[in-house]
Design a binder for this molecule. Structure first.
Ligand code: KIV
Ligand code: ZN
Length: 517
């Protein structure tokens, strides 16, 4: 292995989840956490337990389910209550870390905390000491470190290491740094903090200037040995540094960085897909490493070159990131056996009932569509997995529309094990009519904010994938649905978003009332 190992600290479930419209419930977080373990991340920041009962529940569940294989981390402000809550949530984890943070920049000291430098030092030292009573593995973050006076930053880092911080994270909280600037900050700490060798320096970058990955790599060059990142670069505002980009940059340019990670890169694409599917936050087509076009060569001259010798235009092999392309896989006559093998190769673990359901869906699709691709199979399975956990399920719908008629939809939904409910509505078009009927049945309120359709694979008969976002009461919920029928895909996406709104309202103690009649 090339040089030092870089610790990959994944914060998809904490900083990533703070992204508007990307909140996940405990079951969804557990699914992501399990995928992160398989991916090989070193630390999973599972949440911020004091933030809400839901966060506490999720961190506890992840600690119990994954804490014997990967370090589970919980975030806490520098307050006794926060730290105690983090301790409780992590109790079941064999490998655990508390991540304590306190802002240090002049702007935060003056306007947010109203504390002077001495008080900041005292609070940080007391908090790290308190966390240390619970576990050895303690991370301290001077929030907004990049805009903190360097001398003061050195002092805070030195004093928190002295009382037991084993990782010191240097957040670029507002995405203000540039690569050479961030490199200088990390180098300065290495040169001026006398006990810096007793802790790992960590990079934590936000992407407000589109520099999060570049800054993180600059930190690695300067000696940071942990990088904090999220799948697909999910995160507040413009997001955090993208895990897949950091990992593949380190691997592809091992000649330059001379470090390595423990990540199983073949799981990058499936994990990206899972996170996108669960959060409903789609990955842009030309996104590095995991975008649909990341390995597509359009220009003839490139295609020709790649056919002659791959390395002419390809610096990474698609299979190394687990990329599921447009592989033509199975046809209508492929047996169940071949289908099962393909499903396993695509990274799914299905029980017999789920496999049978997926196979039935595949046969139904193969009846409509001559060629079935890996991406189609993935979409069908994800559809079913989502269906299995949603409270409201789509039973059937019918629409009527055309020139000179009023678009009308009749929709039948079922809530958990109760009997199905049917209602009808008119709308501006058939999709709008379906959405309105669903709102009538569920009693939920929502405004459609975004709506996007794309095809999953090639051809006129391709599966259509709808991504949409709805808003209610200042909250945003994403949904995704696939079908060869675009209206059905839209209906599924809308219902997924409504299910998310429902779970959110219920966790806040509100049960939507369904209109009678
Ligand atoms: O961006 C930030 O400063 C954070 C801290 C809590 C580490 O996310
Ligand atoms: Zn952050």
């Amino acid at each position: 292995m090339n040089g030092d190992r870089i610790v990959i600290f994944d914060t998809t479930l904490r900083d990533g989840e703070q992204s508007p419209g990307c909140s996940m419930n405990t079951r969804e977080k557990l699914e992501v956490a399990r995928a992160l373990v398989e991916l090989g991340v070193d630390v999973i920041e599972a949440g911020f337990p004091i933030a809400s009962p839901g966060d506490f529940e999720a961190v506890s569940a992840i600690a119990a389910a994954c804490g014997d294989r990967t370090t589970i981390c919980a975030l806490a402000r520098s307050r006794e209550d926060d730290i105690n809550r983090a301790k409780q949530a992590l109790a079941a984890a064999q490998y655990r870390r508390i991540h304590v943070f306190l802002a240090t920049s002049a702007i935060h000291r003056e306007f947010k905390l109203k504390m002077d430098k001495q008080q900041i030092i005292e609070r940080a030292v007391a908090s790290v000491s308190l966390a240390k009573e619970f576990c050895d593995d303690i991370e301290f973050s001077p929030e907004d470190a990049v805009r903190t006076e360097l001398d003061f930053l050195c002092e805070v880092v030195e004093k928190t290491i002295a009382v037991g911080a084993t990782t010191v994270n240097i957040p670029d909280t507002v995405g203000y740094a540039t690569p050479s600037h961030y490199h200088r900050v990390i180098s300065h700490l290495k040169q001026h903090v006398p006990n810096i060798d007793r802790a790992i320096i960590s990079a934590h970058c936000h992407d407000d200037l589109g520099l999060a990955v570049a800054n993180s790599l600059a930190a690695v060059e300067a000696g940071a040995r942990q990088v904090e990142c999220t799948i697909n670069g999910l995160g507040e505002r413009a997001g955090n540094a993208a895990l897949e980009e950091i990992v593949m940059a380190i691997r592809t340019r091992a000649d330059y960085y001379k470090v390595h990670t423990r990540i199983n890169t073949r799981k990058l694409y499936p994990t990206s897909h899972l996170v996108s599917s669960i959060t409903g936050m789609k990955v842009q087509r030309n996104k590095a490493i995991v975008g649909q076009n990341a390995f597509a060569h359009e220009a003839g001259i490139h295609q020709h070159g790649v056919l002659q010798e791959r390395s002419t235009y390809e610096i990474m092999r698609p299979e190394d990131v687990g990329y599921v392309g447009q592989n033509l896989v199975l046809g209508k006559h492929s047996g169940r056996h071949a289908f099962r093998d393909r499903v396993v190769q695509l990274g799914f673990t299905l029980d017999e009932a789920a496999l049978q359901q997926a196979f039935d869906d595949f046969i139904a699709l193969a009846d409509k569509k001559k060629e079935v691709y890996d991406s189609d199979i993935t979409a069908l399975i994800e559809n079913r997995l989502q269906d299995a956990v949603d409270s409201w399920k789509l039973i059937r719908f019918h629409t009527s529309a055309g020139t000179g008629t009023i678009p009308t939809a009749t929709v039948e939904l079922q809530f958990e094990e109760q009997s199905a409910v049917c209602d009808a509505a008119t709308g501006d078009g058939p999709i709008d009519a379906v959405f309105r009927a669903m709102l009538r049945i569920t009693g939920l309120q929502a405004k459609l904010e975004e709506f996007d359709v794309r095809s999953v694979s090639e051809g006129q008969d391709a599966l259509g994938e709808v991504h949409l976002s709805i808003g209610f009461g200042g909250r945003h919920y994403q949904g995704k649905g696939v079908s060869t029928d675009i209206i059905e895909a839209a209906a599924r996406a809308f219902l997924q978003a409504l299910n998310r709104e429902y779970v959110d309202l219920r966790s806040g103690g509100v049960t939507p009332v369904r209109p009678q009649g």
